[in-house]
Design a protein around this ligand. Structure first.
Ligand SMILES: [Zn+2]
Length: 127
């Protein structure tokens, strides 16, 4: 994202989305803007545990080869309570203004959400 695009984001900084191996950030604005709106409406902190990934980092952590994280179209959000899991899943499944989240994964401690329309959708999986 450009500096100008980041200046429109209220609740997140680029550091939260960088690939840990190189510090690169290559997020798609639509994804981060969606998260910013979700954070504003839900009213509780949204902790990003994985944003953009370089191909090398994605391979290192065992991500799927064509992961949407490689294109900055996915994030993993820390989620350890059933209440916040319900709130986030409910939000992403009911938001149709500008961006549609049609891919989601439910982990024990996180949620994966992505807007990559080049991958199969709508789908929801578990880990
Ligand atoms: Zn993910």
């Amino acid at each position: 994202m450009t500096t100008e695009q980041w200046m429109t984001i209220k609740h997140f900084t680029y550091r939260e989305f960088v690939s840990p191996d190189t510090g690169e950030e290559n997020m798609d604005y639509r994804m981060v803007h969606f998260l910013d709106i979700m954070r504003q409406i839900l009213g509780f902190p949204i902790v990003i545990t994985s944003g953009y990934r370089t191909p090398e980092y994605n391979a290192k952590i065992g991500g799927v080869a064509d992961s949407a994280h490689l294109r900055g179209l996915a994030v993993d959000i820390k989620c350890v309570s059933s209440f916040t899991r319900w709130k986030i899943v409910n939000f992403v499944m009911n938001w149709y203004n500008g961006v549609e989240v049609r891919r989601a994964g439910i982990g024990d401690t996180f949620l994966h959400i992505d807007i990559d329309s080049s991958l199969p959708n709508p789908v929801m999986w578990t880990y």
